[in-house]
Design a protein around this ligand. Structure first.
Ligand code: 5AD
Ligand code: SF4
Length: 477
């Protein structure tokens, strides 16, 4: 579905040149709006969902800022864009709720414009509902064409009615577009897009398309530039980073890419997200072990501890294989924090299956885990499985898992009490301004006395007191 049309269009066909052409044109419209308003128009980018979406939002903000908008967190701004998520139904419901609020703002400010993009927009049922019940929305686009946001913004200014541009898929990766980073000292970097795994509960392969990797030279160039700008921590992003590079003209392993990133001067910490257990290689464990920069944190989604359920989920590993992998990692790199994702209430799951999950949590000793109630996503194989679990039964399992996760995580986090570790200072605490928050290599947070001058610095902190999932500490000078 594409309804873009520009009269007398002299735009270059090449990317990213085409987008820079439209960026200028969008800037002229924003300038005109500024004259009408007697002030610079404001814009707000609201992100739902994962780190990938957060990174996409930085790209949207990069375009908006260069078009002349002033960024704000307020959703009564002159331009508001929701970058949506659809991984679970509650993410969708939040978007509809917030859209209702925007409608009220728009009635009071008729010049206000509203845009929607991201994963949720890749679903036809969502588009239909918005066209029917949320007609005040000015622009709708999806995940595959986010690179042409400047062009879409121009269309929004120049065309009557709602501009809708949704692509089914793409093999395209456009480099060198502007980005407005949220933090000056750390940044996410996309290393691949899409997913080919087709876990039976998951909608991501349908809304983010087929797996494709960025070329290593493009990734490394971007990281070098970030390091020059003062970034000290990078997070390599992909739905399944362990299968990075398999489809490149000159294939390269994820471990190989990490070795290259390690060489970049100025970068002091490397994180990555997300790893699929079935693809985690011995080479990767070795690279992590030898690295001075790769953080001591691995997020390794388990989803379920029951082999039977794992099979129905199409995860392609068993309980025993997961346990063996976790044990190998703990043996090779003892201070590595392991975190995970768990789904409770998948079709056919019994309380015995939940018991298997509890067993894995205890045996691995996760440092943290995100627990989710299974959410039925239309179009996925699990949605049409006959043995859907009742809400009550799912909730009972969820409560058991959550309790176990909290008990285990508390114990794990407490292990480092009294130690001195490096923390990257991320922000001054909003609640108590005399304190700053730092992140340890293992992803645990520590709060300690300090001020804004420390933000972005890596400092030594003694971990004085464990308070559940975080520490209170003292900086060593
Ligand atoms: N229901 C519940 N949780 C889900 N996730 C993905 N799809 C679903 C679903 N349909 C969870 C998985 C994944 C995380 C990002 O979201 O645990 O790892
Ligand atoms: Fe949500 Fe998945 Fe899209 Fe991330 S990739 S925003 S988690 S649906």
């Amino acid at each position: 579905m594409s309804e873009l049309r520009f009269a007398g269009d002299k735009a270059p066909l090449q990317e990213p040149e085409r987008q820079y052409f439209f960026l200028e044109r969008a800037a002229a419209h924003v300038e005109e709006l500024a004259r009408e308003l007697g002030r610079r128009p404001t814009c707000c980018v609201t992100t739902f969902g994962c780190q990938m979406n957060a990174r996409d939002s930085e790209k949207l903000a990069g375009i908006l800022k260069r078009a002349g908008y002033e960024m704000t967190d307020r959703e009564d701004a002159d331009f508001v864009i929701f970058n949506t998520c659809t991984v679970r139904d509650n993410a969708n419901q939040r978007v509809y709720g917030r859209l209702g609020v925007l409608n009220g703002y728009k009635r009071r400010n008729p010049r206000m414009r509203v845009a929607l993009c991201g994963c949720m927009m890749q679903e036809q049922t969502v588009i239909d509902r918005i066209r029917e019940s949320y007609r005040f929305v000015d622009l709708i686009f999806g995940t595959h064409n986010i690179y042409k946001f400047a062009e879409l913004l121009t269309a929004m200014f120049e065309q009557e009615g709602t501009v809708v541009d949704i692509w089914k898929d793409t093999d395209r990766i456009v480099e060198d577009l502007p980005v407005e980073r949220k933090y000056p000292f750390k940044s996410g970097i996309n290393i691949m897009f899409g997913c080919n795994n087709f876990c039976s509960y998951c909608i991501v392969p349908y809304v983010r398309g087929r797996e494709r990797s960025r070329r290593p030279q493009d990734i490394l160039r971007e990281i070098r530039q970030l390091a020059d700008q003062g970034v000290v921590e990078v997070m390599l992003l992909g739905q399944n980073v362990n299968s990075y590079g398999k489809t490149l003209e000159q294939p390269m392993s994820f471990a190989g890419l990490l070795r290259e990133v390690e060489q970049i001067p100025g970068i002091r910490r490397i994180r990555f997200m997300t790893s699929h257990p079935k693809d985690l290689s011995d080479e990767l464990i070795q690279v992590m072990k030898e690295s001075q920069k790769i953080c001591r944190h691995l997020h390794l989604p388990l989803q379920s501890g029951s082999t039977r359920i794992l099979q129905a989920m199409n995860r392609r590993y068993t309980k025993e294989q997961y346990l063996a992998l976790a044990e190998k990692i703990r043996r090779e790199i003892p201070d590595m924090a392991l975190t995970t994702d768990i789904i409770v209430g998948f079709p056919g799951e019994t309380q015995e299956d939940v018991g298997e999950t509890l067993d894995v949590i205890r045996r691995v000793g996760f440092d943290n885990a995100f627990t989710f109630l299974y959410s039925k996503r239309t179009g996925t194989p699990a949605a049409v499985m006959e043995n859907q679990v009742s809400k009550e039964q799912a909730q009972a399992g969820f409560d058991r898992v959550l309790q176990q996760v909290q008990d285990t995580a508390r114990e794990q986090v407490r292990k480092y009490q009294g130690r001195t570790m490096e923390a990257l200072v991320e922000e001054v605490n909003t609640g108590s301004p005399g304190l700053v928050t730092g992140r340890l290599s293992n992803n645990t947070l520590v709060h300690f006395p300090g001020d804004a001058s420390l933000v972005g610095r890596i400092v030594e902190v003694s971990l004085e007191e464990c308070r559940g999932f975080y520490y209170m500490g003292k900086m060593l000078t």
